[in-house]
Design a protein around this ligand. Structure first.
Ligand code: NAD
Ligand code: ZN
Length: 389
């Protein structure tokens, strides 16, 4: 079959690879119908999460049709249209039973590296390097889905492929980000990053009761899409001092909750950015904490900072003092896909959420390399390229 593979730092190619096969009794094989790029892939492509090997298939946000089922699969049969969460979780361990699927004890069959790096291993993630399982990804004609009764969900009739695909990752991540904020109604929520994840977080915050949502980015097309589609207020951080603007917009108090949907490759203006980039380039730090630091500084006293942007290792100049002295609640994590997907599919079917507009660039798998280039450089208003094998 054809697949989009990682061939080295900054290098992708569509190549011929062997078809996947059922390996354990709970597997299904899915014929991919839509597979989206995600900001997380950029961290892999650019070598910031350094456990990729040449020939690894990328992609973890996808939906498709079941074409083969293992002997222990109960929920799915051949022909079903399903969306699959990117997190590989067993469904039976203590973490899974308490709905903390991204912390599953059994989803990552190669836990050695992450145990050394982080103390414990989180769950596996499809198409996301040998640090979290070494699973083949979804930018391919077919993919093996392990623990399919836990991780795959039937797509309701009437929901198009290019909306359903985002129930795999951007929607549950955004929902979890908002869920972490503990909203009870009437809050002001600020969101750093107007990508697919930030936009879904903004919409989720509204549905969970936020009265105002303010988005921060530098790409005017992304900000205006979010304003039109979701009804957020916006700040362009290249034109406006973010901390001043947020103070002014909240009567001096600061947002009640701040969501970080940017991650380890954050961009910034000014000397601190150059310093961070150099340190990251020489591997003296692994991640750039620009947006998360700003979120901590902006947040009102006693508020919540919710981090769903991905970080891999260590950062420098992290304002722990501000977080401590303002008594902030910090919450973060890879998303618990399986916990949120059924509820999100209901909301999709009911028309309460409509992420289809994120699929600005649907294209054949064969054009995947160009799809990533457009996405990475945010060209032509690209929010997400969606590959359709
Ligand atoms: P994206 O690349 O489409 O969007 C990121 C946005 O952040 C861009 O629009 C960029 O301009 C903006 N940005 C960069 N620096 C900024 C700054 N200093 N202030 C404000 N905005 C800034 O990516 P995405 O797909 O939306 O993903 C966002 C993050 O979420 C990534 O780190 C990704 O790895 C992570 N993610 C996490 C999970 C999870 O389970 N926690 C799941 C999916 C994605
Ligand atoms: Zn588990």
């Amino acid at each position: 079959m054809r697949a989009l593979c990682w061939e080295g730092v900054g290098k992708l190619a569509v190549t011929e690879v062997p078809d996947p096969e059922i390996r354990t009794p709970g597997d299904v094989i899915v014929r991919v119908r839509a597979s989206s790029v995600c900001g997380s892939d950029l961290h892999l492509i650019n070598g910031y999460l350094p456990a990729m090997r040449q020939g690894d298939i990328l992609g973890h946000e996808f939906m498709g049709e079941v074409v083969e089922v293992g002997p222990q699969v109960r929920k799915h049969k051949v022909g079903d249209r399903v969306v699959v969460g990117s997190v590989v979780a067993c469904g039976g361990c203590w973490y899974c039973r308490t709905e903390q699927y991204s912390l599953c004890d059994n989803g990552n069959p190669q836990p050695n590296l992450t145990e050394k790096l982080w103390g414990h291993s989180p769950a596996g993630i499809l198409g996301y390097s040998h640090a979290v399982g070494g699973y083949a990804g979804s930018h391919a004609e077919f993919i093996r889905v392990p623990f399919a009764d836990v991780g795959a969900f039937a797509v309701p009739e009437g929901v198009p492929d290019t909306s359903a695909v985002f129930a795999s990752d951007a929607m549950p991540t955004g929902w979890m980000a908002a869920d972490f904020c503990g909203l009870t109604g009437g809050e002001v929520v600020a969101v750093w990053g107007a990508g697919g994840v930030g936009q879904m977080a903004a919409r989720s915050a509204q549905l969970l009761g936020a009265e105002r949502v303010i988005m921060i980015d530098r790409f005017s097309d992304r900000l205006s899409t979010a304003a039109d589609r979701i009804g957020v207020e916006t700040i362009d951080y290249e034109r406006t001092d973010v901390l001043d603007a947020l103070r002014e917009m909240t009567g001096g108090r600061g947002p009640d909750a701040c969501i970080e949907a940017v991650g380890m490759e954050a961009h910034d203006t000014g000397p601190a950015y150059a310093y961070d980039r150099v340190k990251q380039a020489v591997r003296a730090q692994t991640d750039r904490p620009t947006a998360v630091s700003q979120a901590i500084m902006a947040c009102r006293k006693g508020g919540t900072v919710s981090i769903v942007g991905v970080f891999g290792g260590f950062v420098d100049k992290f304002p722990l003092g501000a977080a401590m002295n303002k008594a902030l609640v910090l919450r973060m994590g890879q998303m618990h896909a399986q916990r949120y997907i059924p509820m999100l599919l209901d909301r999709l079917a009911a028309g309460e959420m409509d992420p289809g507009y994120l699929a600005t660039h649907p294209m054949p798998l064969a054009e995947g390399v160009r799809g990533y280039e457009m996405f990475e450089k945010k060209q032509d208003g690209c929010l997400r390229s969606v590959l359709r094998p």
